[in-house]
Design a protein around this ligand. Sequence first.
Ligand SMILES: Nc1nc2c(c(=O)[nH]1)N[C@H]1C(S)=C(S)[C@@H](COP(=O)(O)O)O[C@H]1N2
Ligand SMILES: [Mo]
Length: 318
Amino acid sequence: MLIRRADAIKSSEITSLDLFLRRREFLRGAGWVAAGAVLAPTLACGAEGEARPLAPRAGADANPFRTDEKPTAFKDATRYNNFYEFGTDKSDPRRYAGSLRTRPWSVAITGEVGKPGTIDLDDLLRPHSAEERIYRLRCVEAWSMVIPWLGIPLGEIIKRFEPTSGARYVAFKTLLDPEQMPGQRSRVLDWPYLEGLRIDEAMHPLTILATGMYGQELPNQNGAPLRLVVPWKYGFKSIKSIVEIRLARTEPPTSWNLQAPREYGFFANVNPDVDHPRWSQKRERRIGELRKRPTILFNGYADQVAHLYQGIDLRKYF
Ligand SMILES: Nc1nc2c(c(=O)[nH]1)N[C@H]1C(S)=C(S)[C@@H](COP(=O)(O)O)O[C@H]1N2
Ligand SMILES: [Mo]
């Protein structure tokens, strides 16, 4: 699909984009709204007259790839970020991520694969139309957002490189370049940023590589040009600006686990019953709302993912 460059979006359009997303709530229940609909707001709005509003569903989403919850304002999702390569303040990524050059960009696929290789970002986008997925993102810091991502299931990409029977984990790495990423000159984390998943988590249909959000290319501060989104895990697992995906036999090291192993486990599944050692995980603040809401096990995706952790002590493997 065609995605416009984020810097081509005018602020007047951003306001109308938020308005469009609100109006589109009337269209929910129609099931899968193709990503193309986001790019053709006039068309979708034209159909609004015929669509009957549906009462919000309670409990788990009928369609695991969408939620009936109202998307977070684009403005908040792009001004309140964690991207330590550009500073530790929530406002730093928006201010400083402009120095990241996102083209040309390629991702190396290495390790336990029959056909190691690289994917050029533009090649990746060409044959695959990105799908829209409206997912909750729950940060370990007890705030959350609802974001309409555009992405490609990670499993589809991994399969193309023919993982071997030894591929039990997937390791991800962010770009290392202190010139473009000035936050890497500070020792706040051991760079480059690293993350990892078990192979079954990586192949799960909810897991996507996102190339866009709100119908446009990812803004740099949100992890351009390509970031992981794993909606049932704390936000730090959703690593940004990926340059390498390595299939591995053993559990890979991850940045936050290396930094503070007692605070951040390898799994990092959203769990209201396992508190962070320094604060509770029982509730969360949805950005844009005043009252806190309860945090839900696996961020509300238990129907889809709880089976992956059957027989596992979630207190021990947090
Ligand atoms: N490379 C990299 N990826 C990262 C981070 C980071 O600092 N560096 N922060 C993580 C954390 S803690 C969160 S909550 C999410 C935030 O994503 P957002 O800014 O798009 O909301 O990105 C994650 N991915
Ligand atoms: Mo986070």
